[in-house]
Design a protein around this ligand. Structure first.
Ligand SMILES: [Zn+2]
Ligand SMILES: [Zn+2]
Length: 734
């Protein structure tokens, strides 16, 4: 009796389970590889899945199982060594393994075409071969043979779509020796060595010490938290460690936050190394992503620089992971499969027994606590490398300033002086558009988005009111919708409006605005960056896009137009974010041999937050913030999760969360499960949003609870009517 084989396959569906199928034909089982893409029938359609396991056991009766259609690529596109890590991730986030895998893969992977360029192709061995003799007993084989013969060239599986189970037929024909697989189309690259080029800069003693300490641990898992202010030379430490890893014949992965940072970091890598480098970021086309994935699989990339999703890259000989700006929010995916690239990078490093380096001037409180607990090794780079001086910080009291202007008279004066010295100034305001509100002067009516009930942002140049929550836009009304008055006034300031004030105050000066509106076109951001690098006085005005690690050597003044935005946020992390942002923006000033000055405009100059941050630095702030979090049992002193639910009828989402919360009421030992509440942004795109926050000091207990909650949720009839998801370690509470 022949053995029955079953295939366990992960499919991109929200269902948190694997699916059993039968192989295309028993004889072919050896050719199927774990991690290979398989096309399967699913309901009335077809789905592309990933083969996880070949087994002789299934809980489902064989007659009830369907046969897979075919394998889509010649080889696996996920190395089987990475599968345990993917499973761990899926478990941790309580997410479908199939969706996790297809989040990792290039977008084209879901299609039923070959992902790797060397698609398997077949051609006829001998054109004189007569089908009538040897294939007459099998009309299907004969038809397929004729089809291939008529094409007069190699034929791929995709072109044989009209045949049922073409792979089986092809195999039979191949066994009979009448057709053959054509050669792989790509040629293997022979020289895969990456070389260092250029000269290595001289290190400071702190850099040398950091390098020395980490080098001693390159052969096993260990997490280093490299803390150093902007300009302290973290990147140089990364580069020299990467060189070491490359010399050992291994590969390195360097992660950077979103928004333009990756090209800059990649440039640094390119200036130091040549051959077999790769860069992966969110602006890549699907085709480029696919080609890069293939190069990585083939071992053609030794150093990969990338944003969040590069953490999934199938680097076969990974020896080091570096996560620059580890505190950055963009490492957390905020929709679909909500993972933290930093956290799963740590799981990967642990699984592959390699070191990981988290770099930041302002580490997250989570990482600082891990360093305190000795789970991470903290290494500090105290001095600015070279001769750059730390900037001086000043508060500007906005309470007595003219409310018609966003930039105070004293800050205008300081900018004037900087420009006279031929230097550059950067103004930071995290709000784009002309004004966040358009208000009726007569009755106070505010224009709100109908779908979100949120004030619409006035965009003057476009003559539009835009909702920044749902992207809905409409023409600016000529009169008030409530009272008919024609006096509609912009209230508050966005970058577009500040631009107006600056142009008036500094006629003839080059002023560059950097926000999502001015950088929408592909390449526009890079163009502005090049413009900034040109010498000469200029003013830069930007949102958080500009706050991140760009290097502007001639910048000596930084102005924060509205620091109060983060001071009273609803999120318990808002002061942490504000502190990180202020330190980061301040880091833009005075990078070369010129001293920098940072001016912060606030209506709350006496707020203890500023006192702590400026007198004791980020370290002082974080120590105090950690103490407060501990007091409140908030992360990082507890592990947390958030269920979010939204529905067109508010009652549905609320009832679903309440039903689950009530039914698990008795299970909450070691668990703090808050009552479900409306989200701070209660309505978005015509849906009412609710959330349910859960935390526990015990991670295992939390996950046990989440498991139960999910099962209860999935069984509830409302769960099919309401859009809901679970966010483990949520970072955004809006
Ligand atoms: Zn009115
Ligand atoms: Zn809206």
């Amino acid at each position: 009796m022949t053995t029955s084989w079953f295939l366990k396959i992960a499919l991109p569906t929200p269902l948190r389970r694997t699916f059993d199928y039968l192989p295309p034909e028993n004889g072919l089982i050896e050719q199927l590889q774990i991690g290979q893409r398989i096309l399967v029938p699913f309901g009335r359609s077809r789905l592309t899945g990933i083969l996880l396991e070949k087994t002789t056991h299934s809980d489902i009766a064989k007659e009830k199982l369907k046969q897979v259609i075919c394998a889509l690529d010649e080889q696996s596109i996920i190395p089987d060594t990475l599968l345990p890590w993917f499973k761990r991730i899926a478990d941790y986030y309580h997410h479908s393994l199939g969706e996790v895998l297809f989040t990792a893969l290039p977008p084209d992977a879901k299609r039923d075409k070959s992902l790797l360029s060397y698609e398997i192709q077949w051609q006829v061995c001998n054109t004189d071969f007569e089908t009538s003799q040897s294939l007459q007993r099998s009309p299907k084989q004969a038809a397929l043979f004729e089809c291939i013969k008529n094409r007069k060239g190699p034929v791929g599986l995709a072109e044989l779509d009209s045949f049922k189970d073409p792979l089986r037929l092809l195999n039979e024909l191949e066994n009979k020796g009448v057709i053959a697989r054509s050669e792989r189309l790509n040629t293997q690259i022979k020289n895969k060595l990456t070389h260092r080029i250029g000269t290595t800069p001289v290190l400071t003693s702190a850099q040398r010490a950091a390098l020395h300490e980490i080098k001693a641990h390159l052969q096993h898992f260990q997490c280093f938290l490299l803390k150093g202010i902007t300009g302290s030379g973290k990147t140089e430490v990364y580069l020299q460690l990467i060189e070491q890893v490359i010399e050992q014949g291994k590969q390195a992965l360097l992660l950077a936050p979103e928004i333009g940072l990756t090209p800059q970091l990649f440039l640094r890598v390119q200036q130091r190394f040549e051959n077999h480098l790769g860069v992966m970021h969110s602006n890549m086309s699907a085709g480029d992503r696919k080609r890069l994935w293939q190069r990585i699989l083939e071992g053609d990339v030794n150093i990969l620089v990338g944003t969040r999703s590069a953490v999934f890259a199938p680097l076969p000989k990974l020896g080091l992971i570096v996560i620059d700006e580890e505190h950055d929010l963009s490492y957390k995916q905020q929709d679909g499969f909500r993972y933290s690239a930093r956290d799963i990078a740590l799981m990967r490093a642990q699984g592959e027994n390699i070191p990981v380096i988290l770099g930041s001037a302002t580490p997250s409180l989570e990482s600082l606590k891990n360093a305190e607990n000795k789970r991470y090794t903290l290494i500090e780079l105290p001095d600015r490398a070279g001769v750059a001086k730390a900037p001086k910080t000043h508060l500007i009291d906005m309470r007595n300033q003219d409310r018609h202007f966003a930039v105070s008279a004293s800050l205008i004066e300081k900018i004037k002086h900087a420009l006279q010295r031929e230097e550059q100034a950067l103004l930071f305001l995290n709000r784009r558009g002309f004004s966040p509100v358009l208000i009726c002067q007569d009755c106070g009516h505010v224009n709100r988005c109908r779908a979100c009930d949120y004030p619409q942002t006035y965009h003057q140049a476009e003559r539009l009111l835009r909702c920044h929550q749902c992207t809905r836009a409409e023409a600016v009304p000529t009169q008030c919708a409530a009272c008919g008055n024609h006096q509609l006034q912009p209230l508050g300031f966005g970058t577009e409006r500040v631009m107006e004030q600056l142009s008036e105050a500094f006629p003839g000066t080059e002023i560059l605005r950097i926000d999502r509106d001015t950088t929408r076109k592909r390449g526009a951001f890079e163009e502005i960056l090049q413009q900034i690098e040109k010498p000469g006085p200029k003013i830069l005005l930007g949102t958080q896009m500009i706050a991140k690690g760009h290097d502007f050597p001639n910048l000596t003044l930084v102005g924060v137009i509205d620091a109060d935005q983060g001071l009273f946020g609803a999120d318990f992390r808002s002061t942490e974010r504000l502190a990180q942002l202020l330190v980061q923006v301040a880091g833009r000033a005075g990078r070369a041999d010129k001293a920098g000055h940072v001016y912060i405009q606030t209506h709350q100059p006496e707020h203890p937050f500023f006192k702590t941050l400026f007198e004791n630095g980020y370290q002082g702030f974080s120590r105090q913030a950690l103490a407060e979090r501990q007091q409140a049992d908030f992360p990082p002193y507890s592990y947390s999760a958030l269920f979010r639910a939204e529905s067109a009828q508010a009652a549905d989402a609320r009832n679903l969360l309440e039903a689950v919360s009530n039914s698990l009421g008795g299970m909450t030992q070691h668990i703090t499960a808050y009552d479900p509440i409306p989200a701070p942004l209660e309505k978005r795109a015509n849906h009412y949003r609710f959330q349910w926050f859960i935390c526990s000091a015990d991670r295992t207990e939390l996950h046990r609870f989440l498991h139960l909650a999910l099962r209860t949720m999935e069984k509830h009839p409302l769960s099919r009517k309401v859009r809901w998801h679970l966010d483990v370690d949520p970072m955004d509470m809006s």
